[in-house]
Design a binder for this molecule. Structure first.
Ligand code: GCV
Length: 720
């Protein structure tokens, strides 16, 4: 009879599940466990729960457990007593707490500020599952982990889990403007409704906090790095405070971007010179005011002297002068300054690739201890593939933090299915040779190589007001994988994809395999149909939507495509070897040696570092020209394969998301062909060679592709 009821409720669950899924619930769907045997096990193991502690965070814990368990187990779990069998016991561990009497110190003592443990224990013949931590936020993370175990249908019979984040500040960067447009945002408008804050608290803010906490994200920069000083005005600070109050119980600290010229714009001063005492006092006062509103304010992210943003160099000062002035202002309150290294100057004729190292390496050791240098994963700009940024491995005395881009500015924006796990992992696992031994980028940003204790990883968010948050349903996976890797960069892209798929689409193994295989192939596919073999930055001008290898006239040379691919009648690619711009020598000599040699340079970076003759034979035996053509074709074929694979699992996916993804894959296939055709038509004008067998010729003449205009492509930088 029992089994019958379970099967019936399972059927009902599956039935409702297939009706409507708009994606709003993200990976926190908590649908009824659809495996009758496991459901029985879970219901047996969790018969009651006791949540210790009363504060806003523990309230969040309680709400999440109630919501999650009710959904997953299909019934309310009553409050229990310590004497109960099969009790779920949740709370912080500390001297004289109920939990301390039940756990041994070594099960908890090393958990730090945010770690947690989940243990199955037998006490007085009664079984409990404890979820504990030294602090409330750790408990919350433990609860989300536990719910993930149930959602992904793991055995919970004998749990012995301890988890501690490797990186301290795991932060989303929103490039959201105060008018609610989002720079490089493809999912609607900003979720911050500045106009209606502080009074109107949208449920979305709470769900945003839940989603972030569930993957360990503990900080959020609310505003665009192309900053607007207005956010520092008291009426806006009141709105920021309202958001900070919502996020606090979920362990999320709020950061803002600081416009360097704010003392002039807001303070009506004549200068923003960081060495001026008046300017310093203005910032000190402003920071004091911010902390009055938000006592746990995280600090500032600053884009200075970059792409037209004001900065210390406007006054003949250095990045260290600018960062240190702000660092002193926030230091008394425990705040941080995340100073971006994304700098390049139109006036500097040197290779853009080299400019960040040129500016920041001489400043190593000159920054205050609460400054982190925020470095993009590669030296150019979030390309489908870039070698890791040479600043990782070059700064020994300064904390260096990672900036990844979750929003797909250069990777098909809101319409292409590209799972970024493999991209993030490729960078984090890259060896910098900083110590002459294995010193991966991951080990540098977690401080284990340089001994830094302040560590951080940022991701430029892909979140917007679209009902499903990220527009493309698979964009959610990129938000998810960012958080999971920021917590533990040793997790694999495969494992994270698998857990995301189970939570997002369900536990059907056949469906799971197909979806995971699409995800895991998708990054290589986009590289193939956009920028194979180390080509880079050949997207359409300004909006970066679609191909634009012909772009050659812009206000800055480094914004053009021809600057990067340098195609001519002899070959293609950017010579960054010692006989070229010598950017290669910003890497450790072991890496530089490999990249320097055209025969040893990994082919995936070939045209990034070398200008290669069209007839050069590559590892496959094909000439460079043929290999380029075959990669473009392969990218298109891969996407065609994604469409087929997706269609094969129609019965296992709810209708709404099935059709949504299918239409987006159709766009992606059309656009992959567009990329192939436009790029091959263009590069052929230089190579003057025929397409090899198996490569489809472009549908149109080059001038057709060149004539396409997209003035309303989303996410373009607005004028402000
Ligand atoms: C926020 C690239 C993007 C810009 C972005 C900039 C940055 O240039 O195209 O939109 O500006 O990077 O990271 O500051």
């Amino acid at each position: 009879m029992h089994k019958f009821i379970y099967c019936f409720s399972f059927f009902l669950g599956t039935f409702f599940q297939s009706i409507a899924e708009d994606g709003y619930r993200l990976w926190l769907r908590y649908d009824l466990v659809n495996n009758p045997d496991l459901l029985i096990q879970y219901r047996e193991q969790i018969q009651s729960m006791l949540i210790l502690g009363e504060n806003a965070s523990m309230e969040a814990v309680k709400n999440e457990l109630q919501l999650g368990l009710k959904g997953l187990l299909g019934k309310d779990i009553p409050s229990g007593l310590l004497t109960d069998n099969h009790l779920l016991l949740v709370g912080t561990y500390g001297p004289n707490t109920i939990l301390s009497e039940r756990l041994t110190p070594n099960e908890t003592e090393n958990l730090g500020d945010e770690g947690f443990s989940i243990l199955t224990k037998e006490i007085d013949g009664k079984k409990i599952i404890s979820i504990t931590a030294l602090h409330d936020t750790g408990v919350l993370y433990g609860v989300f982990h536990f719910l993930r175990l149930l959602q992904t249908q793991q055995d919970i019979e004998n749990l012995n889990i301890q988890s501690i984040p490797k990186i301290k500040v795991r932060i989303l960067n929103h490039w959201d403007n105060l008018d609610r447009t989002v720079e490089r945002g493809y999912a609607g408008f900003s979720i911050w409704n500045w106009h209606q804050l502080p009074e109107f608290i949208d449920q979305r803010y709470i769900d945003y906090a839940r989603a972030n906490a569930s993957i360990g994200i503990n900080a959020s920069v609310l505003t665009n790095v192309n900053a607007n000083a207005l956010i520092l005005r008291p009426d806006y600070l009141e709105k920021v405070k309202a958001l900070a109050d919502v996020f606090r119980p979920y362990g999320i600290k709020v950061y803002l971007t600081a416009r360097f010229s704010a003392p002039i714009e807001l303070g009506k001063m004549e200068t923003a010179d960081p060495l001026s005492e008046d300017v310093q006092s203005w910032w000190n006062e402003k920071v004091k005011e911010i902390y009055e509103f938000i006592p746990d304010f995280g600090g500032f992210v600053v884009k200075a002297n970059s792409e037209g943003q004001p900065g210390p160099q406007n006054y003949g000062r250095t990045h260290a002068d600018g960062a240190n002035m702000l660092a002193e202002a926030v230091a008394p309150y425990g705040g941080f300054i995340m100073w971006r290294a994304f700098v390049y100057s139109n006036e500097d004729p040197d290779d853009r690739h080299k400019q960040a190292n040129n500016e920041f390496v001489p400043l190593d050791g000159k920054f205050k201890s609460n400054v982190l240098i925020q470095v993009k994963n590669g030296a150019i700009d979030f390309q489908p593939r870039e070698p890791f940024h040479p600043l990782f491995g070059a700064l020994e005395k300064t904390p260096v933090m990672m900036e990844f881009q979750i929003t797909q500015e250069y990777l098909g924006q809101g319409t292409h299915l590209v799972y970024l796990g493999p991209l993030f992992k490729e960078v984090l696992d890259s060896d910098t040779y900083m110590e002459g031994r294995e010193s991966t980028v991951g080990e540098i940003i977690d401080g284990s190589i340089t001994g830094q204790s302040i560590t951080a990883m940022a991701g430029v968010a892909n979140i917007g007001s679209d009902r499903n948050w990220t527009s493309h349903p698979f964009g959610q996976a990129n938000w998810y994988v960012f958080g999971r890797l920021a917590w533990d960069y040793d997790l694999s892209a495969e494992a994270i994809a698998a857990e995301w798929v189970k939570q997002t689409f369900g536990n059907d193994p056949g469906m799971g395999q197909v979806v995971e295989s699409i995800m895991l192939d998708s990054r290589e596919a986009v590289v193939n149909y956009m920028t194979p073999l180390g080509l880079h930055h050949i997207m359409g001008a300004g909006h970066h939507y679609g191909p634009g290898p012909w772009v050659s006239k812009m206000s800055r040379a480094e914004w053009t495509s021809t600057y990067y691919h340098r195609a001519d009648s002899l070959g293609v690619g950017f010579d960054r070897t010692s006989t070229g711009t010598d950017a290669i020598n910003q890497y450790h000599r072991q890496i530089a040696r490999t990249f320097e040699s055209i025969n040893h340079c990994p082919e995936k970076y070939l045209l990034w570092f070398h200008h290669v003759p069209w007839h050069q034979p590559l590892a496959s035996g094909n000439t460079l020209w043929n290999e380029i053509c075959l990669h473009y074709q392969k990218g298109v074929d891969q996407v065609a394969g994604f469409v087929d694979r997706w269609q094969n699992i129609q019965d296992s996916i709810d209708e709404q998301r099935y059709h949504h993804v299918l239409s987006l894959l159709t766009i992606q296939l059309k656009e992959a062909r567009w990329w192939r055709d436009a790029c091959l038509a263009y590069f052929q004008t230089f190579s003057q060679l025929p397409f090899p067998e198996g490569v489809e010729a472009p549908l149109n003449e080059l001038k057709y592709y060149e004539s396409l205009q997209y003035p309303y492509a989303p996410g373009i930088r607005p004028k402000w």
